[in-house]
Design a binder for this molecule. Sequence first.
Ligand SMILES: NC(=O)c1ccc[n+]([C@@H]2O[C@H](COP(=O)([O-])OP(=O)(O)OC[C@H]3O[C@@H](n4cnc5c(N)ncnc54)[C@H](OP(=O)(O)O)[C@@H]3O)[C@@H](O)[C@H]2O)c1
Length: 209
Amino acid sequence: MKLAFIGIGNVGFAIANQLQKKGYDIIVANNNENSATVKKALEENPNFSVKNIQQAIDEAGIVFLATPFNANKEILQALNLNGKILVDCTNPVGMGIVHGLKSEVSGSEKVQEWAPDAKVVKAYTIYGFENFISSDYPDYNVKPVMMIAGNDAQAKSAVAKINTDMGFDTLDTGKLDQALHLEHMTLLWVKMVRRDGHHPNLVWAKLEK
Ligand SMILES: NC(=O)c1ccc[n+]([C@@H]2O[C@H](COP(=O)([O-])OP(=O)(O)OC[C@H]3O[C@@H](n4cnc5c(N)ncnc54)[C@H](OP(=O)(O)O)[C@@H]3O)[C@@H](O)[C@H]2O)c1
Protein backbone atom coordinates (compact mmCIF):
# COMPACT_ATOMS: atom_id res chain seq x y z
CA MET A 1 0.00 0.00 0.00
CA LYS A 2 1.11 3.56 -0.70
CA LEU A 3 1.25 6.00 2.20
CA ALA A 4 1.67 9.77 1.79
CA PHE A 5 3.38 11.84 4.48
CA ILE A 6 2.68 15.57 4.75
CA GLY A 7 5.53 16.43 7.12
CA ILE A 8 8.62 14.22 7.27
CA GLY A 9 10.36 15.65 10.34
CA ASN A 10 10.80 13.85 13.67
CA VAL A 11 7.39 12.19 13.67
CA GLY A 12 6.77 11.71 9.95
CA PHE A 13 10.18 10.21 9.29
CA ALA A 14 10.11 7.84 12.27
CA ILE A 15 6.76 6.36 11.19
CA ALA A 16 7.51 6.36 7.45
CA ASN A 17 10.91 4.74 7.93
CA GLN A 18 9.52 1.86 10.01
CA LEU A 19 6.63 1.28 7.62
CA GLN A 20 8.86 1.38 4.52
CA LYS A 21 10.90 -1.41 6.10
CA LYS A 22 7.65 -3.37 6.55
CA GLY A 23 6.95 -3.12 2.81
CA TYR A 24 4.83 0.01 2.43
CA ASP A 25 5.55 2.48 -0.40
CA ILE A 26 6.24 5.89 1.11
CA ILE A 27 5.50 9.10 -0.78
CA VAL A 28 6.82 12.25 0.86
CA ALA A 29 4.29 15.00 0.14
CA ASN A 30 5.89 18.43 -0.10
CA ASN A 31 5.57 21.33 -2.55
CA ASN A 32 8.95 22.79 -1.58
CA GLU A 33 11.85 21.26 -3.52
CA ASN A 34 14.31 22.84 -1.07
CA SER A 35 12.73 21.42 2.07
CA ALA A 36 15.47 20.57 4.58
CA THR A 37 13.51 17.72 6.15
CA VAL A 38 12.70 16.17 2.77
CA LYS A 39 16.38 16.19 1.78
CA LYS A 40 17.40 14.67 5.13
CA ALA A 41 14.69 12.00 4.92
CA LEU A 42 15.81 10.96 1.43
CA GLU A 43 19.43 10.78 2.55
CA GLU A 44 18.43 8.49 5.40
CA ASN A 45 16.00 6.40 3.33
CA PRO A 46 16.50 6.61 -0.46
CA ASN A 47 13.51 4.28 -0.97
CA PHE A 48 11.07 7.15 -0.38
CA SER A 49 9.64 8.99 -3.38
CA VAL A 50 8.67 12.68 -3.33
CA LYS A 51 5.63 14.24 -4.98
CA ASN A 52 3.73 17.47 -4.65
CA ILE A 53 1.15 17.23 -1.90
CA GLN A 54 -2.02 16.83 -4.00
CA GLN A 55 -0.40 14.26 -6.30
CA ALA A 56 0.83 12.28 -3.29
CA ILE A 57 -2.66 12.29 -1.77
CA ASP A 58 -4.24 11.17 -5.02
CA GLU A 59 -1.86 8.18 -5.24
CA ALA A 60 -1.92 7.11 -1.59
CA GLY A 61 -4.31 4.83 0.26
CA ILE A 62 -3.65 6.58 3.57
CA VAL A 63 -2.29 10.08 4.26
CA PHE A 64 -0.35 11.04 7.39
CA LEU A 65 -0.37 14.62 8.64
CA ALA A 66 2.79 15.29 10.70
CA THR A 67 3.19 19.06 10.48
CA PRO A 68 3.23 21.89 13.03
CA PHE A 69 -0.41 22.30 14.06
CA ASN A 70 -0.37 25.99 13.17
CA ALA A 71 0.39 25.14 9.53
CA ASN A 72 -2.57 22.78 9.15
CA LYS A 73 -5.33 25.19 8.17
CA GLU A 74 -3.43 26.64 5.23
CA ILE A 75 -2.12 23.25 4.09
CA LEU A 76 -5.45 21.42 4.26
CA GLN A 77 -7.70 24.10 2.79
CA ALA A 78 -5.60 24.02 -0.40
CA LEU A 79 -6.13 20.27 -0.86
CA ASN A 80 -8.80 17.82 -1.91
CA LEU A 81 -8.63 14.72 0.30
CA ASN A 82 -11.16 12.87 -1.85
CA GLY A 83 -12.45 10.66 0.96
CA LYS A 84 -8.96 9.45 1.93
CA ILE A 85 -8.02 8.40 5.45
CA LEU A 86 -6.07 11.24 7.10
CA VAL A 87 -4.04 10.17 10.13
CA ASP A 88 -3.73 13.27 12.27
CA CYS A 89 -0.43 13.05 14.17
CA THR A 90 -0.46 16.74 15.09
CA ASN A 91 -0.94 18.36 18.46
CA PRO A 92 -2.04 21.90 19.25
CA VAL A 93 0.37 22.76 22.06
CA GLY A 94 0.47 26.33 23.38
CA MET A 95 3.16 28.23 25.27
CA GLY A 96 3.80 26.72 28.70
CA ILE A 97 2.66 23.23 27.57
CA VAL A 98 -1.06 23.98 27.54
CA HIS A 99 -3.76 22.98 25.07
CA GLY A 100 -3.36 25.28 22.09
CA LEU A 101 -7.12 25.58 21.51
CA LYS A 102 -7.88 26.27 25.20
CA SER A 103 -9.36 22.75 25.56
CA GLU A 104 -12.53 23.97 23.85
CA VAL A 105 -12.19 21.72 20.81
CA SER A 106 -9.61 19.17 19.71
CA GLY A 107 -7.04 19.89 17.04
CA SER A 108 -8.33 16.82 15.17
CA GLU A 109 -11.84 18.25 14.96
CA LYS A 110 -10.31 21.42 13.46
CA VAL A 111 -8.36 19.22 11.02
CA GLN A 112 -11.66 17.56 10.06
CA GLU A 113 -13.25 21.00 9.59
CA TRP A 114 -10.37 22.07 7.28
CA ALA A 115 -10.44 18.76 5.37
CA PRO A 116 -14.17 17.94 5.34
CA ASP A 117 -13.86 15.20 2.72
CA ALA A 118 -11.20 13.27 4.70
CA LYS A 119 -11.77 10.43 7.15
CA VAL A 120 -9.71 11.80 10.03
CA VAL A 121 -8.21 9.42 12.60
CA LYS A 122 -6.15 10.77 15.48
CA ALA A 123 -3.10 8.58 16.14
CA TYR A 124 0.61 8.79 16.93
CA THR A 125 0.24 11.78 19.21
CA ILE A 126 0.36 10.55 22.79
CA TYR A 127 4.10 9.80 22.87
CA GLY A 128 7.29 11.43 21.64
CA PHE A 129 8.67 10.40 18.27
CA GLU A 130 11.33 8.22 19.98
CA ASN A 131 8.63 5.59 20.42
CA PHE A 132 7.82 5.61 16.71
CA ILE A 133 11.47 4.93 15.81
CA SER A 134 11.17 1.69 17.77
CA SER A 135 8.18 0.38 19.69
CA ASP A 136 10.04 -2.75 20.79
CA TYR A 137 9.86 -3.41 24.56
CA PRO A 138 11.49 -6.86 24.84
CA ASP A 139 11.35 -7.03 28.65
CA TYR A 140 7.53 -6.98 28.71
CA ASN A 141 4.93 -9.44 27.48
CA VAL A 142 2.53 -6.68 26.41
CA LYS A 143 2.92 -4.25 23.53
CA PRO A 144 2.72 -0.48 23.98
CA VAL A 145 -0.74 0.85 23.23
CA MET A 146 -1.65 3.31 20.49
CA MET A 147 -4.85 5.14 21.33
CA ILE A 148 -6.85 6.34 18.37
CA ALA A 149 -10.06 8.30 17.79
CA GLY A 150 -12.18 8.90 14.70
CA ASN A 151 -15.70 8.85 13.30
CA ASP A 152 -15.23 6.24 10.57
CA ALA A 153 -14.97 2.60 11.68
CA GLN A 154 -13.30 1.37 8.48
CA ALA A 155 -10.72 4.13 8.64
CA LYS A 156 -9.93 3.17 12.25
CA SER A 157 -9.55 -0.50 11.22
CA ALA A 158 -7.06 0.53 8.54
CA VAL A 159 -5.08 2.56 11.08
CA ALA A 160 -5.19 -0.35 13.54
CA LYS A 161 -3.51 -2.53 10.88
CA ILE A 162 -0.77 0.08 10.52
CA ASN A 163 -0.42 0.17 14.31
CA THR A 164 0.10 -3.61 14.34
CA ASP A 165 2.81 -3.28 11.70
CA MET A 166 4.41 -0.54 13.82
CA GLY A 167 4.42 -2.84 16.87
CA PHE A 168 1.53 -1.25 18.78
CA ASP A 169 -1.64 -2.66 20.30
CA THR A 170 -4.59 -0.43 19.30
CA LEU A 171 -7.11 1.04 21.73
CA ASP A 172 -10.05 2.65 19.92
CA THR A 173 -11.17 5.42 22.28
CA GLY A 174 -14.24 6.36 20.24
CA LYS A 175 -15.35 9.19 17.98
CA LEU A 176 -13.23 12.15 16.99
CA ASP A 177 -14.40 14.26 19.95
CA GLN A 178 -12.28 11.93 22.11
CA ALA A 179 -9.22 13.45 20.44
CA LEU A 180 -9.42 16.31 22.93
CA HIS A 181 -8.68 13.86 25.74
CA LEU A 182 -5.85 12.26 23.75
CA GLU A 183 -4.38 15.73 23.32
CA HIS A 184 -4.48 16.12 27.09
CA MET A 185 -2.66 12.79 27.38
CA THR A 186 -0.04 14.30 25.12
CA LEU A 187 0.35 17.22 27.51
CA LEU A 188 0.65 14.75 30.40
CA TRP A 189 3.40 12.82 28.58
CA VAL A 190 5.22 15.97 27.45
CA LYS A 191 5.26 17.44 30.96
CA MET A 192 6.39 14.15 32.50
CA VAL A 193 9.14 13.49 29.94
CA ARG A 194 10.26 16.73 28.29
CA ARG A 195 9.86 18.85 31.46
CA ASP A 196 10.19 16.53 34.45
CA GLY A 197 12.80 14.03 33.28
CA HIS A 198 10.98 10.72 32.80
CA HIS A 199 12.59 8.53 30.14
CA PRO A 200 11.39 9.29 26.56
CA ASN A 201 10.55 5.60 26.10
CA LEU A 202 7.77 5.87 28.68
CA VAL A 203 4.60 4.41 27.11
CA TRP A 204 1.22 3.11 28.24
CA ALA A 205 -0.20 -0.40 27.83
CA LYS A 206 -3.77 -1.73 27.60
CA LEU A 207 -4.90 -4.26 30.25
CA GLU A 208 -8.57 -5.21 30.00
CA LYS A 209 -10.74 -7.91 31.62
N1 LIG B 1 8.12 15.67 18.24
C1 LIG B 1 7.38 14.74 18.86
O1 LIG B 1 7.90 13.96 19.68
C2 LIG B 1 5.91 14.62 18.53
C3 LIG B 1 5.21 13.46 18.92
C4 LIG B 1 3.87 13.30 18.56
C5 LIG B 1 3.26 14.29 17.80
N2 LIG B 1 3.95 15.43 17.46
C6 LIG B 1 3.27 16.43 16.62
O2 LIG B 1 3.64 16.08 15.26
C7 LIG B 1 3.75 17.25 14.48
C8 LIG B 1 5.13 17.28 13.83
O3 LIG B 1 6.13 17.31 14.84
P1 LIG B 1 7.66 17.06 14.45
O4 LIG B 1 8.41 17.04 15.73
O5 LIG B 1 7.77 15.92 13.51
O6 LIG B 1 8.01 18.43 13.66
P2 LIG B 1 9.25 18.73 12.70
O7 LIG B 1 10.36 17.78 12.97
O8 LIG B 1 9.49 20.19 12.82
O9 LIG B 1 8.68 18.42 11.22
C9 LIG B 1 7.63 19.19 10.68
C10 LIG B 1 7.43 18.78 9.24
O10 LIG B 1 6.33 19.54 8.71
C11 LIG B 1 6.72 20.10 7.46
N3 LIG B 1 6.00 21.34 7.22
C12 LIG B 1 6.02 22.47 7.97
N4 LIG B 1 5.23 23.42 7.41
C13 LIG B 1 4.73 22.87 6.27
C14 LIG B 1 3.86 23.33 5.25
N5 LIG B 1 3.33 24.56 5.30
N6 LIG B 1 3.57 22.49 4.21
C15 LIG B 1 4.08 21.24 4.16
N7 LIG B 1 4.92 20.73 5.12
C16 LIG B 1 5.22 21.54 6.15
C17 LIG B 1 8.21 20.32 7.58
O11 LIG B 1 8.78 20.42 6.30
P3 LIG B 1 9.91 21.53 5.93
O12 LIG B 1 11.23 20.98 6.34
O13 LIG B 1 9.77 21.63 4.46
O14 LIG B 1 9.53 22.78 6.68
C18 LIG B 1 8.63 19.06 8.32
O15 LIG B 1 8.79 18.00 7.40
C19 LIG B 1 3.47 18.43 15.41
O16 LIG B 1 2.12 18.81 15.26
C20 LIG B 1 3.74 17.86 16.79
O17 LIG B 1 2.98 18.51 17.80
C21 LIG B 1 5.26 15.60 17.79
